[in-house]
Design a binder for this molecule. Structure first.
Ligand code: 5AD
Ligand code: SF4
Ligand code: FES
Length: 366
C-alpha cells in the first residue's frame, strides 16, 4: 500500500521521492503541508519578521545569465551605479526606521575599482551606524581575497543563489563558458562559509526544462550545504533575454507561484531554524505573495531602498513591483502586509538566523 501523505509529512528526514510527493500535494494534503510548516515556523523562529533594507547598488554586470534582464548582453537598461551619498541616505533611512540590516546587491563585477567601492561603502555604513546596521552582500562570485576583505570591513552575511543545483539544467540557463561555471559557484559558497559569513543561497522555481525532481534535488542541496539563509522564488520570463524563447514551455505563473510556496513550506520543515525570505518575485506574480510566503514559513522581508530613479533599470524580470514607491511607501506597505499575515517586525535587531548562531557557538565549544 502506498504511504499516506500524512505519514510522509511527519518523517524526520525526507528522501528525494518523499519530496516529490510533498511538492505535488494538492487539496487537503497541500493544506496539511502549509499548516505543518506554519506550526514549525511558530515553534522554531516565532512570528518575528526581520527587515533587510535592499539597495540595488548597480546594474552593471559582466555576466550573461540567460534568464536575467540586466545581463551584459542586453543593451536596453541604462547602466547605473548608486552614489555613495545615496547609499548612505538609504543607510540612514534603515537606521531611523529600525531596520536591523541592509543588503547591498549588484550585478557581478570583480574589477579593483568596484571591489574598492564596496569596501569603502562597508566602512562608511559601519561608521554612520556605529556598527549597528548588519550588512549582507549579494555580489556574486568573487576571489577569496575579496570575500575576506569585505568580511573584515563589516559584511557578515553573503547571498549567492545556486539558481539550480542540477548541473545540466545550470548549463541550460547559463552560457556554457568559464565565466558561468557551476563548480566555481559551488566553491564560492564553500569559501564564504569558511571565512565566517552567514551564508545564503537559493534557486528559481519554474525554469524552462525544470522538473519537480530537480526541485526536490534543490531542497536536498540546500539542506546538505547547511545554509543559514535562503531566498528563492518563481522564475519570471523577461522579453529581452534568451530564455524568453521557451515561454510556451513554462508552467502557468500561478503554478510557479504555488510551487514556490510549497518549496518555502517544505524547506521550513527541513531546516527549522534558518532564515527564509519572502521574495519580491513572489509578489510580482501574486499581490499577496509575500504575506502568503510568511504564512507558510518565511521570516525575512527585503524592503527596497534603492532610489526610485534607478528602479526601472534593475528589472531582472517582468512585473517587478515597487517601481514608483519610495522607501517610506514600501515600509508602510510592508508593515501593513506583515500585520495582515499575523506576524510582527523585529525592529532594530540584526536577526541572524538561529541556525548560524547555533552552528557557530557549538563549533567554538568543540
Ligand atoms: N526570474 C526570477 N528571478 C530572477 N533572477 C534573475 N533573473 C530572474 C528571473 N527572470 C534572480 C536570480 C538572481 C537574483 C538576483 O535574481 O535568482 O540570483
Ligand atoms: Fe548578472 Fe546576476 Fe543577472 Fe546573472 S543574474 S546577469 S550575474 S545580475
Ligand atoms: Fe513596495 Fe509594497 S513593498 S509598495
Amino acid at each position: 500500500m502506498p504511504e499516506l501523505f500524512s505519514e510522509i509529512l511527519k518523517k524526520e528526514e525526507y528522501s528525494q521521492s518523499d519530496l516529490v510527493v510533498l511538492l505535488n500535494a494538492q487539496g487537503k494534503d497541500r493544506t496539511a503541508l502549509f499548516t505543518h510548516a506554519a506550526g514549525i515556523k511558530k515553534q522554531f523562529v516565532g512570528n518575528k519578521v526581520y527587515f533587510r533594507g535592499l539597495v540595488e547598488l548597480s546594474n552593471i554586470c559582466s555576466k550573461n545569465c540567460l534568464y536575467c534582464g540586466i545581463r551584459a548582453g542586453n543593451p536596453k537598461p541604462d547602466r547605473y551605479m548608486v552614489t555613495e551619498d545615496e547609499v548612505l541616505d538609504a543607510a540612514r533611512f534603515a537606521l531611523e526606521n529600525g531596520y536591523g540590516s541592509m543588503v547591498l546587491q549588484s550585478g557581478e563585477r570583480c574589477d579593483d575599482s568596484f571591489v574598492a567601492t564596496v569596501t569603502n561603502l562597508l566602512q562608511k555604513i559601519k561608521e554612520l551606524s556605529n556598527g549597528k546596521l548588519g550588512i549582507t552582500l549579494s555580489m556574486g562570485e568573487q576571489t577569496e581575497k575579496t570575500y575576506r576583505d569585505w568580511f573584515d570591513n563589516g559584511a557578515h552575511r553573503y547571498l549567492i543563489r545556486i539558481e539550480t543545483s542540477d548541473r545540466e539544467l545550470y548549463y541550460k540557463i547559463h552560457p556554457n563558458n568559464k565565466k558561468h561555471d557551476f563548480d566555481v559557484r559551488i566553491n564560492a559558497l564553500k569559501m564564504l562559509r569558511q571565512i565566517g559569513y552567514n551564508v545564503g543561497s537559493g534557486v528559481m522555481i519554474g525554469l524552462p526544462f525544470q522538473t519537480i525532481e530537480h526541485l526536490a534535488g534543490d531542497l536536498l542541496f540546500l539542506k546538505n550545504l547547511d545554509v543559514d539563509m535562503v531566498g528563492m522564488g518563481p522564475f519570471i520570463e523577461h522579453e529581452e533575454t534568451p530564455l524568453y524563447q521557451y515561454k510556451d514551455l513554462l508552467w502557468l505563473k500561478k503554478e510557479r507561484f504555488d510551487m514556490s510556496l510549497k518549496m518555502v513550506a517544505i524547506l521550513r520543515i527541513m531546516m527549522k531554524d534558518i532564515n527564509i525570505a519572502a521574495t519580491t518575485a513572489m509578489q510580482a506574480i501574486d499581490k499577496q505573495g509575500r504575506e502568503k510566503a510568511l504564512k507558510v514559513g518565511a521570516n525575512i522581508i527585503m524592503p527596497n531602498l534603492t532610489p526610485v530613479k534607478y528602479r526601472e533599470d534593475y528589472l531582472l524580470y517582468e512585473d517587478k513591483p515597487c517601481l514608483d514607491e519610495d522607501a517610506s511607501e514600501c515600509r508602510n506597505c510592508l508593515e501593513a502586509r506583515i500585520h495582515i499575515a499575523g506576524d510582527e517586525i523585529g525592529f532594530g535587531e540584526w536577526g541572524d538566523s538561529k541556525h548560524f548562531v547555533k552552528r557557530t557557538s557549538s563549533s567554538k565549544v568543540d
